[in-house]
Design a protein around this ligand. Sequence first.
Ligand code: SAM
Ligand code: SF4
Length: 358
Amino acid sequence: MTTTDLGLPGLPTVPGNRPTRPDDPRLIDRFGRVATDLRVSLTDRCNLRCTYCMPAEGLDWTPSEQLLSDDEIVRLVSIGVRRLGIREVRFTGGEPLLRKGLESILSRVSGLTPRPEISLTTNGIGLSRRAGALAAAGVDRLNVSLDTLRPETFQTITRRDRITDVLDGMAAARSAGLDPVKVNTVLLRGVNDDEAVSLLRYCLDAGYELRFIEQMPLDAQHSWQRGEMITAEEILASLREAFTLTPDPTARGGAPAERWLVEDGGSGRVIGVVGVIASVTRPFCGDCDRTRLTGDGQLRSCLFARGETDLRALLRGGSSDDEIADAWRGAMWAKAAGHGIDDPGFLQPDRPMSAIGG
Ligand code: SAM
Ligand code: SF4
């Protein structure tokens, strides 16, 4: 397995040779990383069926009694923010707009002190009616997933005829002041890989920030194939046929997207930015600042972690905030150096993306 040496002074960086966890309230790990970005899955249900995510018939959804209640979610987020140094909370799923009481969860989290940044990743269905309420409830930033501008290709990828809802939702989010709306795109070979340029033009014209994501082995059907995936290099080569790209000098920090300034044809004028999230071919594990909570209250240190820590059992077993915070710290301390997708021994996690929270 490939490991990442992050050079934490004073701590061995060899997994297996574990130093004792120092007395530090934050979510630190053995490689010197500090998790400040919490991803919370609110449901594993979805109203689309993207082929790279789940099968046509859907999945066995988590029974409602196993899902965290609104109060349990707010308590865990509050522990993260007040005791563990969480500064950003992203709500996702499944489709988070399907979670009843979403706006109430958001406004309760936005009332925490210190107030975390709040963001939401959605497929955009129903967003046109709710964008204003989401902004009012405290959403600071919004990502909408859109893989194509062609209605028939949208139907092929998502198995639903809802592209107009998504496009209307994005426009409503922009009007509600959720600016800039970020757009997540996964390109699939022979399906929408000819749309990189048209999607970027569309987003630049509309004022959205486009980010391409390499397809990852997180589909419920386990059909991902390394050789089929459209790589970051291929995406950039397509874009360079129409635009000049130069690396964005702004610090990337823990952000997964490599950002590029986009210049139009020979004019030299910068007309926007585009991001590429090369999770497979250029993993950013060394800078990862994430910790994840599934809809049923399992803590994961990584999308690709093979183990989970059952915070729901602690919540429902009467543990104190201190005890839960300690369990959370211990789980993050054990975080692996990297996901190793490109290694021969890589094993896909049992849970698909929709059940972890993308
Ligand atoms: N339903 C919401 C949505 O689609 O935006 C939120 C959950 S979804 C799992 C979050 C993001 O993960 C989406 O942008 C989606 O395109 C992306 N995604 C899903 N499966 C993926 C995969 N196998 N590889 C890469 N990205 C994936
Ligand atoms: Fe649903 Fe998002 Fe998965 Fe598509 S990627 S099926 S919208 S959870």
